[in-house]
Design a protein around this ligand. Structure first.
Ligand SMILES: Cc1ncc(COP(=O)(O)O)c(C=O)c1O
Length: 346
């Protein structure tokens, strides 16, 4: 049968460049996806083992986890919705609210992909030359958008937005999503602003500090009106039962997470100092460091480290910026030492 997909497919889908994940190869040190390489707590491992006994039944512990997330974030349960990764919640938010959607460049590439998949328009303005947040330009451009999406700490730059700037953005009255995927590595959150700003949605994830990236679980915090609207389009049983029991156990063993985060923050500073000896590294409040490795090409830098068994993330050029950019996640102390050693003759 002759079959022409272009006759059936929504035309805007053809324009999308699919998400490219960081490379994962057995036996290599992976510093490419901002995971927590210490892994989850023993309590999570035990919960997972026990959870296997219940995989024949549909997930049922979502309300329990919602309550625990609410306690963790110091909000009410009605302010929380769980997602199959925070990715899914971006998708749901962009589904229920009208576009266009405005973000900054460079930032997490998922925002654009989810926007374009829905046939909505994605608007973008460049961060400042030093990757600072360009408040005035952003506010000016926000007049053309209905949803604003910001990431703090920002992936891939590691920079943050001040509370003063976020309030100025929120005052525009648009749906404002703040992605706090890396919150635990920074420590400051905009969640307390949800009572003051009914247009604010904060996204969080268990993928980074809590080391559950493979289980796909995240959450959104907002006022109950927005949360209820998101529930209308949430697929049933969107979070699987192993993810639920693991996240419950992770919140019951927060001290473990905090210990690994403290170690990673100390190592981030050591790594920053080392990287800065050779390259232009940018200060980060997350668990990764962005570097301009020019005049070396980002791909060449990547290949050199790959030969030494280390995988980093090569972005190359960011449109509108000069430089060759590479992002390196902070691994375990031992992995970081091996990275520093490997960089000696690059
Ligand atoms: C800023 C940001 N938001 C969201 C995500 C995706 O999070 P999740 O794994 O919860 O879907 C990532 C993953 O790299 C990220 O960097």
């Amino acid at each position: 049968m002759k079959f022409d997909i272009s006759k059936f497919i929504k035309p805007w889908v053809m324009e999308i460049e699919p998400y490219i994940p960081g490379k994962t190869m057995k036996g290599y040190i992976k510093l490419a996806s901002n995971e927590n390489n210490y892994g989850p707590s023993q309590r999570v491992i035990e919960a997972l083992q026990k959870g296997i006994e219940e995989v024949n039944i549909y997930p049922y512990r979502d309300e329990e986890l919602r309550g625990k997330v609410a306690d963790y974030c110091k909000v009410d349960r009605e302010n929380v919705i769980l997602g199959n990764g925070s990715d899914e919640l971006m998708d749901l938010i962009f589904k229920i609210f009208k576009g266009p959607i405005l973000g900054v460049n460079p930032s997490f590439s998922g925002y654009k992909i989810f926007t374009l998949a829905l046939g909505e328009k994605y608007l973008e303005i460049n961060l400042k030359e030093d990757f600072g947040f360009p408040l005035d330009e952003f506010i000016e451009k926000s007049k053309e958008a209905n949803i604003l999406i910001l990431c703090s700490p920002n992936n891939p730059t590691g920079g943050v937005i001040s509370e003063e700037d976020i309030k100025a953005v929120l005052d525009q009255g648009k749906i404002t999503v703040v992605d706090e995927a890396y919150y635990e590595f920074y420590g400051k959150s905009f969640v307390p602003l949800i009572s003051e700003y009914p247009n604010l949605i904060v996204l969080r994830t268990f993928a980074k500090a809590f080391a559950l990236a493979g289980l796909r679980i995240g959450y959104a915090i907002s006022n109950s009106g927005i949360i209820n609207a998101l529930y209308k389009v949430k697929p049933p049983f969107n979070v699987n039962s192993l993810a639920l029991v693991s996240a419950i156990a992770a919140l019951d063993s927060k001290d473990y997470m905090k210990t690994t985060v403290e170690r990673i923050k100390i190592d981030r500073e050591i790594l920053f100092r080392e990287l800065s000896k050779k390259f232009k590294a940018f200060r980060s409040e997350a668990n990764f460091i962005l570097m301009d490795v020019s005049p070396i090409k980002a791909t060449e830098f990547f290949e050199n480290l790959l030969k030494k068994g280390i995988i980093v993330r090569a972005f190359g050029k960011f449109s509108g910026f000069v430089g060759e950019y590479v992002r390196i996640s902070v691994g375990t102390s031992e992995e970081n030492r091996k990275l520093i050693e490997a960089l000696e003759d690059i």
